[in-house]
Ligand binder design. Structure first.
Ligand code: SAH
Length: 455
């Protein structure tokens, strides 16, 4: 059967790709179909044809897969945030386990490595403690907020996101009301005019403290006392601030933050460890699953209290402070100076004195500390960004020869590459434990335990 562009045809979905798209085959020709779920029989329209594969748009579901569920969010297809909402949550976890397993095989050449079942969420909705909503005007001039449509900056008006905290909606409605009543304008990306660009909301899930930071395209927010008055009524409101961002940029927050009311930060906990979070601080967005992730990392580190541990790419020191409770000494390295300031402060407010932090690139700081100061480590933890570890860093780890390496990864493709490198040079992968931090999206975090072969 020859299919041409714009043809409508029927296909059965047999697999799902790394971006959550459905995959089906007709006469050896592979089709990728966004929003189709494994097991669905669907009617689709051919959009783009390449030599051996093509992309088609979902027209209708003719026969629903047993794994298809009714998504809570009516915008799940347009919004760029969720890719898997129509897939049953248990099936999402299997999808993620397979994704890690396939990457380890395909990229790392690990044929028979067991990937443990993904540690899932008890409640896979309302799990994000942080949200950044763009504020815009629609064609009629109404102030709207919502989410960017996939791969664009068109805002879909929607104040109810099922991944964020439920209180977000109350805050958004109050903000829009304030803007309407006081004739405060919304930012326009095309012209660079208009005042309010974004609102950042953070909620401490343990403490119930709330932070609202309004990002504005000027130095002042007129009538801000009225907004403060309205927001203050919300139980848990702890910090209200503005951030000034006059640049023509996709970066959301500006560098200047001014507190309008309350504290400069909110407090929250991961496990027993307390964190102070300011608008500009990095903080894990799913604290419940983060605790499970770090607990796994800690158990893989196998500490007995006598070890020196390095925590590379340490951010605000979240893993370091977890490890410090069980190690003799922890040394954290992170490229962002502000994050290191937070890490030091967090150590102090928790009374943790056996953690030390260094600003710099992990691939520069570790080799220097090793060569110049003769620093050693029994355990090294890495938690790099998506691009994975720098090879110089991996070489230094191999030279330092720690008993164990714990690799925390947010991209299983670069994880597979780096594990292969370490395993060709004296390490064995003992355990691979994925954790679901971002339900309904295709992202998956993985913790791996590596052990030195010649102990
Ligand atoms: N472990 C931290 C966050 C890890 S995210 C936590 O759990 O909170 C990855 C971190 O690596 C980011 O904070 C990023 O700023 C930092 N980073 C990126 N490149 C780096 C490099 N070359 N050296 C050190 N840190 C780096």
């Amino acid at each position: 059967m020859k299919i041409n562009k714009n043809d409508v045809f029927t296909i059965t979905i047999e697999d799902m790709g790394t971006e959550g798209e459905g995959i089906g085959k007709i006469d050896g020709f592979t089709w990728f179909i966004k929003d189709a779920v494994i097991g669905d029989m669907v009617e689709v329209k051919a959009m783009k044809l390449k030599k051996n594969y093509g992309y088609a748009r979902l027209v209708s579901v003719l026969k629903e897969s047993k794994y298809r569920v009714h998504p809570k969010c009516e915008f799940h297809r347009q919004c760029g945030g969720c890719q898997l909402q129509a897939l049953d949550y248990k099936q999402q976890l299997l999808f993620k386990q397979n994704k890690v397993s396939n990457n380890l095989k395909r990229i790392g050449g690990f044929e028979n490595l067991e990937v443990l079942p993904v540690i899932g969420m008890d409640k896979p909705y309302f799990y994000r403690n942080k949200a950044q909503f763009p504020i815009r005007q629609d064609k009629e001039g109404n102030i709207i907020t919502g989410f960017y449509a996939g791969r664009s900056h068109n805002v879909i008006a929607n104040t109810k996101c099922y991944l964020g905290a439920e209180i977000n909606e109350v805050i958004l409605i109050k903000l829009i009301e304030f803007m309407r009543e006081n004739h405060i304008t919304a930012y326009q990306e095309e012209t660079g005019k208009g005042l309010i660009r974004h609102v950042l909301i953070r909620v401490g899930f343990t403490t119930k403290e709330i932070m609202v930071c309004i990002v504005i395209n000027d130095n002042q927010l007129p009538k801000s006392e009225r907004l403060v008055e309205a927001l203050q009524e919300i139980a848990g409101m702890t910090s209200i601030s503005i951030s000034i961002n006059k640049e023509n940029t996709n970066v959301i927050l500006g560098n200047t933050v001014r507190t309008l009311w309350g504290q400069d930060y909110i407090t929250d906990y991961i496990g027993e460890v307390k964190y102070q979070i300011s608008p500009l601080s990095f903080y894990q967005v799913n604290p419940v699953q983060t605790q499970k992730l770090y607990q796994t990392a800690l158990s893989f580190a196998g500490l007995n209290g006598s070890e020196t541990v390095w925590d590379l790419y340490c951010g605000i020191g979240t893993i370091s402070l977890f490890l410090a409770q069980k190690a003799k000494k922890v040394m954290g390295v992170e490229i962002l100076p502000d994050a290191i300031e937070d890490a030091k402060n967090n150590a102090k407010i928790n009374g943790i004195f056996n953690a030390e932090f260094f600003v710099g690139k992990a691939e520069e700081v570790l080799p220097r500390k090793y060569k110049e100061d003769g620093e050693h480590a029994q355990v090294i933890v890495v938690d790099p960004p998506r691009k994975g570890c720098d090879q110089v860093l991996l070489d230094t780890i191999i030279e330092m020869n720690p008993k164990r390496v714990v690799y925390v990864s947010c991209d299983s493709a670069t994880l597979a590459r780096d594990l292969r490198y370490l395993c060709d040079r004296g390490y064995d992968v003992k355990k691979v434990q994925p954790v679901d931090m971002f339900g309904h999206t295709v992202h998956v975090e993985t913790v791996c335990c590596l052990q030195r072969v010649n102990m």
